[in-house]
Design a protein. Sequence first.
Length: 259
Amino acid sequence: MAVLEAKNRQLREEYARARQTTYRRTAVSLLLVGLVAIAGGVVFTDARTVLFALGGTGVFAGVLTYFITPERFISAQIGGQIFEAVRADREATIDELGLRGEPVYIPGEAVRLFVPRDADAPLPGLATDLDLFVVPEDPTTGGVAFHPTGVPLFEEFSDTIDQSLGPRPQSAAPVIADALVEVFELADSAESAVDTDTQRITFEISGAGLGDPTAVDHPISSFLAVSLVEALAEPVEVTVTADDPLTVTCRYGRDEDTT
């Protein structure tokens, strides 16, 4: 067993080194291109401005790529296994409590994933700081309020943009769809379509990662829903269809109980 553990550790270290080497080779290549362009600017005076600009960009990109090389990599398989543990606990909680309502992402001090006791039950007020178990005076309402997996992803995403998403779904949807692919690499491609008449936003996603994407609060659907809640300041209900491509439909505009 000790030999096997040592071998696995060695394989992980070799994989990390290989990924780091790829990043650093890219950095060196960019640096060389930049230096060659600068040298060309010295020789070819007619194109000096363009070559100096190209050279400066190459040197800057090379240095930046080298110093942001990740020190540790976590494979998608491991990430998916971690999520499966979260999924099992949440599904067990919902089953044990006999909750029959559809999960809804609701705004507040922090976005929460609320699963009501019954279908069409009123939602908690927006300003409510919810506990895990929501037990109001009316015994026919209530439910559980989970911390969504998409919240830390949205916080990370927020650090990459210069301004807020804004309250228009037509503007927010394509930005967060691109983030799935370009920022988090949770999918190979993602396209969005907005229907304001039915208050629906549909995302078509190819190459989804991290386990079963149809699971409750999967990071892909959770990030999309949390982002829309933050942008629109409205509850968002999600339906995921495991077609090819994967379809995530977000419905907004549901009334909440503010009493």
